[in-house]
Structures are given as structure tokens and as C-alpha cells.
Write a protein that binds this ligand. Sequence first.
Ligand code: AMP
Ligand code: MG
Length: 281
Amino acid sequence: MDFVKKHIVEPGSTVGLKTIDTEPDGPFEDKQEAYEFTADTIEKMRELQYRLHVEGKQSLLIVLQAPDAAGKDGVIRKVLGHLNTQGVRTFPFKVPTEIERAHDFLWRIHQCTPGAGQVSIFNRSHYEDVLVVRVEDLVPKSVWSKRYEMINQFELLLAENGTRILKFYLHISPAEQLERFKERLDRPEKHWKLNLGDYDARQQWDAYREAYETAFEKCSTKAAPWFVIPADKKWYRNAAVSAIVCQTLEQMDPQFPEVDVDLDQVRKRYEDELAQLDDDA
Ligand code: AMP
Ligand code: MG
């Protein structure tokens, strides 16, 4: 199955999140099949990312956005965490600090974009500045409404500079979210995740949905597409994200650099060393 085609928000199209299922429909017979697919895909992804790193020319930015408990951390742990740590960095974006608030909203983001050969993973992102900021009225509409175009220009700048951008929205249902909140309550090792603010955000579900829909419509571009991933089933979510990352890396087609040493000369040196070792023995 072509996961890119299935989940991409086509640039210029409108999105009704209510009409997009949070449950998968195919292609896996069962969970087990999805696990096997994901494991294979992760292996391919690792190999390609290793080449990307060694090539040192292109870079990849992966943006993760979602309601609480939809699985941003899970995707990082179970999928992207398998990448070679040489060349990958993860950046969580929290409530802006005082110094961050003293700058424009992209200031803290730009410092975390990937350099040549690198992958950056954003756990939340500049999109919070048109999501929570819009829903919670943190700045006037006249301010946040201009940000969509600023974001597009910013992402275009990165793309023109050799960065591929993938933006994932993990699409979870309110019922599944509540189920996961319950799990957090029931399991002591998950208590650190408990947060009353998450329940407040649930009260604003529709406002967030509309804010996300606007962000997808205005900011899914050829240079930086959005993907809506059904996320009620963790095994599908992980399969789809790994497949899309892998397919993108395949397209980027990173190459090992051309060798600029004389292979014959190196081979000769090796043989000399070997002969020396034999002589010494
Ligand atoms: P978490 O990812 O669960 O650790 O929570 C981080 C919190 O930071 C979330 O409630 C976000 O909505 C909030 N946050 C992230 N970026 C911004 C921003 N630009 N403005 C306001 N709140 C933000
Ligand atoms: Mg949270």
C-alpha cells in the first residue's frame, strides 16, 4: 500500500477531520502482520538514514502534532528511536520561556532545524502558535492569522535549502483518548504523565479540531505536506509513520560519497602492512 498517497493532505484541499476515520482500514490482516511490516520498514529506514548522514548533503525534518495521549512519544520511542543517534536529534516544544517569548515565534524553532546530513524530530512545533495559541486566545486573531503564511515561507526556505519536511497529525478519537487517560490513572509508572490541563483541552476538542483543519488547509504544501494518521491503533500508527518516513528517504536517495582516495594505493599500503606483520611474526 502507498501510505503517502493514502494519508497525505493534498495541497489546497480542505480537510474534515470528522470524516477521517481514526481506525485503520487495511492493509494488515492482523496486528502481527503490522508488527512485522514495521520492523522491516524500520530496518530499511535505518539504512537509508545512515546513508543520509554519511552523504552529508540533505536533511529531514519530522514534525509531530497531536492531541494528548495520541502517541507522539510512542512514535518517537517505537519508530524514530531506532534511527542512528549520530545524525538525529529530538526537540520537544513546551510553553515558551521568557526569552523565547521575547522573540518572534519562529526564533526557537529555527535553531532546531536539521543541518546537512541530519534529521530533526519536533515533538510539537511552530504549529502550536496557530493551535493552542488560537484556541486559548493567547494572542489576538490579527496576530495568529498572519502566521500561516509566515510558516509556509519559513518551510519553503528550509525546503529550498535541502530539507525534506514531513508533518504528522496523529488522529485519535475522544473515546480512545479517554481510555488512555484511564490507563495513565491505573498504572503507577504512567502517573508522571497525568495532567489536569489535558482534561481542559478535551473540553475544547472542537475548537482544536477546527484549528488543526485550518492549519492543514493553509499549510499542507508541496514543500512540506501534512499527513493525517489514524492513531486509535498504535500498531497501525507506527506502521504508517515508518512507511512514510522510509518512502521519503527512498525518494531522497542518499548516496555514499565518492571516494577520493586511490584504492590501488590503499590496497598496496594494506599489503605492505600485512607483509610487515608476517615478517615480525
Ligand atoms: P507536553 O508536550 O505534554 O509536555 O506539553 C507541552 C505544553 O506546551 C502543551 O500544553 C502545549 O500546548 C504547550 N505549548 C507548546 N508550544 C506552545 C506555544 N507556542 N504557546 C503556548 N503553549 C505551547
Ligand atoms: Mg502532555
